[in-house]
Design a protein around this ligand. Structure first.
Ligand SMILES: Nc1ncnc2c1ncn2[C@@H]1O[C@H](COP(=O)(O)OP(=O)(O)O)[C@@H](O)[C@H]1O
Ligand SMILES: [Mg+2]
Length: 277
């Protein structure tokens, strides 16, 4: 449908083992769409298939079965692959592996240079991207001297400079300290709310999922839960059975209820809990 940014139909993906005789079904018949403008969070413990799904979303991997459409383009269509990668940009876990230049602004310019964007427009895009991630004052700095959160923001700026409509972030905060994590979460929110980017944010930190429009939980290559943060985290027992934690405040509310204290089941923020008590 026209409003779908990414559509996955009967999607399966098998890795071949090195021996070649046993296969691993990493994605098992998934049917999911990401709507234009949506802020989607994908949760799941290690090995549940999140990174594989992310790579299928922009044609880094091609389906074993089924199809993936990015803005209507099938990732199997070889002629569309660059178009697809420009539409859906990907940010990975380790910022050090994504930074290619020795000066911040040159790093951010790398993507649009490869796209053949004219120099004047590159200048504009680099300035815009650095402003959006709040790194303008570091544009002449050396990336390797920045903090983890700053490096990851430079990596995000590099993707932004290619003007994607959709940004897929695969555990972008996993290697960051708490300050860096907050920087990245705020940046992601801004990309969605102000820059109107469609966001697919993969994480295993529950508290990062609270502000999503929708959450998917993966388990053994399948989507086992789907809903708004409130719908998901009000099912504390079920989420825990999947080996995941609920946000700290939700957990506290859950424990209070168990002790017979009457608080609602779907508390998501400290403010809500304080109000309920
Ligand atoms: N390159 C690979 N070759 C073989 N198996 C892989 C490869 N990458 C991932 N897998 C397997 O696929 C499954 C899903 O992995 P992955 O998508 O990385 O999960 P997650 O990102 O949720 O940790 C796991 O069982 C993992 O061991
Ligand atoms: Mg992963």
């Amino acid at each position: 449908m026209a409003q779908d940014m990414i559509r996955m139909e009967n999607l399966s993906y098998e890795y071949n083992s090195i021996e070649g005789n046993n296969q691993l079904l990493a994605i098992n018949n998934v049917n999911i769409s990401v709507k234009k403008g949506e802020y989607l969070v994908i949760l799941g413990h290690n090995g549940s298939g999140k990174s594989t799904l992310a790579k299928l979303m922009n044609g880094l991997l091609l389906p074993t079965k089924g199809n993936v459409y990015v803005n209507g383009m099938n990732t199997r269509d070889e002629e569309k692959i660059w178009d697809i990668r420009e539409t859906a940009g990907m940010v990975f876990q380790n910022p050090d592996n994504q930074i290619v230049a020795t000066i911040v602004e040159e790093d951010v310019a790398f993507g649009p240079e490869n796209q053949g964007v004219p120099p004047l427009e590159i200048r504009q895009r680099v300035d815009d991207a650095l402003r959006i991630v709040d790194m303008t004052e570091y544009k002449k700095h050396a990336p390797h001297l920045l903090s983890g959160g700053q490096k990851q923001r430079v990596a995000i700026a590099g993707i932004l400079a290619m003007k994607p409509e959709c940004i897929i972030l695969d555990e972008p905060t996993a290697m960051l300290d708490p300050i860096g994590r907050v920087e990245i979460i705020n940046t992601i929110k801004k990309l969605n709310k102000e820059e109107k980017k469609t966001i697919v944010h993969i994480t295993h930190y529950m508290d990062e999922a609270v502000e999503a429009d929708r959450i998917l939980i993966m388990e053994q290559g399948q989507i086992v839960m789907e809903g708004t943060p409130r719908e998901i985290f009000s099912q504390v027992e079920k989420v825990k059975k999947l080996g995941l934690d609920v946000p700290q405040v939700t957990e506290l509310a859950y424990e209070l209820r168990k002790e017979g204290i009457n608080v609602p089941q779907d508390i998501l923020t400290v403010e809500e809990l304080v109000k309920a008590l």
